[in-house]
Write a protein that binds this ligand. Structure first.
Ligand SMILES: C[S@@+](CC[C@H](N)C(=O)[O-])C[C@H]1O[C@@H](n2cnc3c(N)ncnc32)[C@H](O)[C@@H]1O
Length: 474
């Protein structure tokens, strides 16, 4: 076999160099150098590449990949080992009812949040609309604090299905935000009267390190539609969430995006409080850095203080609150059944994908907090990559950021502290503070995406509470 054969096959199946790099353990730069003929792989390297490629192709042929987008949604999963997808809300509830449960203070607090969110709202409850609503992480926090979520806008069918199953009172007001006309907005006003709060975070891939940070990325312009809807509906307040990297991203004129966003909200009649926060300071068992903008309409003359994160690991005494200890991955998931690669439990979301033997060998003896790249024996290290990858998270610290790729063992800090496998969907949902009762249905890749994209409901609830207390209570 020569490299040209690998390249031909890769192109035929539209497999990106990045995906081949992830599956084979070689870096994208190495693969690119082989493709350009700048260097020549050894026979051993060729056979490993071929093995990785064949396994991706097998999965494509088994329809495990999202072929439409030519993108891998799972890493090396053998079809026979996958539990069947959750077909509907009833299917989820039925499977959940059959699992063995052991309630913990954390799982109980999430359950309480879910039940608060489900309570019927009275007619005085402030009305909210969620834009870019995803599956509803942000909405869940607002609903739990008493906001009446009357409508939402979201383009992905799979996210809408999950949202509908959890927010039965909310109406899908539009799919593509770019297609919402002023006529539509007038209809919303005549149907709901005034809207009190708009919440939503435009997609962040265009800004995140995981994406290419391309200023021309169309997703970086979507905030303009959000601003337009704010300017027409004139809610008392709005909340916009995004990745922290948004604050350093420039547009093609060299201006900071964040300055453009703040300026356009100011023109729409709002003053904006901006904070860069970490979700773990608000009681989420996960380190997740985000920028939050809370906009208040200029005529609202109430003072507004951004909510303070009350969870810390510092021993400093604070005059404003008595600090609580940050929640850890153990607090969030310690009650779940221990699982190794390929094993499953009675919980419909707690099962592990099957990882290749050679990856398990690299990781088996790696201590928590360390990466397989740090193994003393070079033969036990992945052939290339950074030591943030193939890395175990720590039991007694907040979990690392949950992205949409949390099931990829080669991703950033996705390996369980003691079991040799990537995180299960239940572990990721818990780390994101989704209650077990929150209904997830659809293909596994769709559920992973919805969870990785979400604002943690516990963080959303802290923001919602501060808005409610300061702007809506006399
Ligand atoms: C960061 S996620 C939002 C997550 C949500 N705030 C939550 O807490 O679950 C961004 C969402 O915007 C949606 N989206 C992307 N482009 C859109 C468009 N043109 N119109 C409406 N929604 C869009 C994506 O499908 C994605 O679900």
């Amino acid at each position: 076999m020569i490299y040209a054969d690998i390249r031909k096959k890769r192109k035929e199946y539209s497999i990106s160099q990045t995906k081949l790099a992830e599956a084979s353990g070689y870096s994208k730069a190495t693969i690119s150098a082989w493709e350009l003929g700048k260097s020549i792989p050894s026979n051993y390297e060729l056979s490993r590449l071929n093995e990785a490629l064949s396994s991706i192709i097998k999965d494509i042929e088994d329809c495990i990949f999202d072929v439409r987008k030519k993108r891998i949604t799972h890493y090396k999963v053998e079809k026979r080992d996958l539990p069947s997808p959750i077909r509907s809300a009833d299917d989820y509830k039925e499977r959940l009812s059959l699992r063995a449960v052991k309630e913990t203070p954390y799982s109980k607090s999430l359950s309480d949040l879910y039940h608060k969110a489900q309570k019927q709202k009275d007619s005085n409850a402030p009305k909210a609309i969620a834009l870019f609503s995803g599956c509803g992480g942000l909405s869940l926090g607002f609903a739990a604090e008493g906001f009446n979520l009357v409508g939402h806008v979201e383009i992905e069918e799979s996210a809408n299905r999950i949202y509908d199953d959890n927010f039965s009172g909310s109406r899908l007001l539009g799919t593509d935000i770019c297609k919402i006309s002023d006529g539509d907005l007038r209809e919303w006003i005549s149907e709901y009267g005034s809207i009190d709060v708009l919440v939503g975070g435009p997609p962040c891939q265009g800004f995140s390190l995981a994406g290419k940070r391309d200023p021309e990325d169309i997703r970086n312009q979507l905030y303009k539609y959000y601003v337009h809807i704010v300017s027409v509906l004139q809610p008392k307040a709005f909340v916009m969430e995004n990745v922290r990297l948004l604050t350093s991203m420039k547009n093609s004129d060299g201006r900071l995006f964040i300055d453009c966003i703040l300026e356009s909200f100011s023109k729409a009649g709002y003053h904006v409080i901006r904070r860069e926060i970490n979700a773990c300071d608000y009681g989420v068992p996960q380190s997740r850095e985000r920028v939050i903008l809370i906009g208040i309409r200029n005529d609202i003359k109430k003072e507004f203080e951004f909510p303070v994160g009350e969870y810390t690991n510092d021993n400093q005494v604070n005059m404003l609150f008595s600090p609580k200890k940050r929640l850890s991955f153990r607090d969030a998931t310690g009650d779940l059944q221990p699982l190794e690669s390929g094993e499953s439990s009675s919980d419909p979301l707690h099962w592990s994908i099957v990882h290749p033997e050679h990856v398990i060998k690299w990781l088996k003896d790696v201590p928590e907090g360390c990466s397989a790249h740090e193994n003393k024996d070079p033969a036990m290290r992945p052939p290339s990559g950074f030591n943030t990858t193939y890395k175990r998270i720590m039991w007694d610290e907040p979990c690392s950021t949950i992205s949409t790729n949390f099931s990829m063992i080669s991703g950033c800090r996705n390996v369980h502290p003691t079991s040799t496998r990537s995180l299960t969907i239940r572990e990721a949902a818990r780390a994101q503070s989704f209650p077990d009762e929150f209904v997830f249905s659809g293909k596994w890749g769709e559920i992973r995406k919805a969870i990785g994209n979400a604002v943690p409901p516990i963080l959303a609830a802290a923001i919602a509470r501060s808005i409610l207390d300061q702007l809506f209570v006399d």
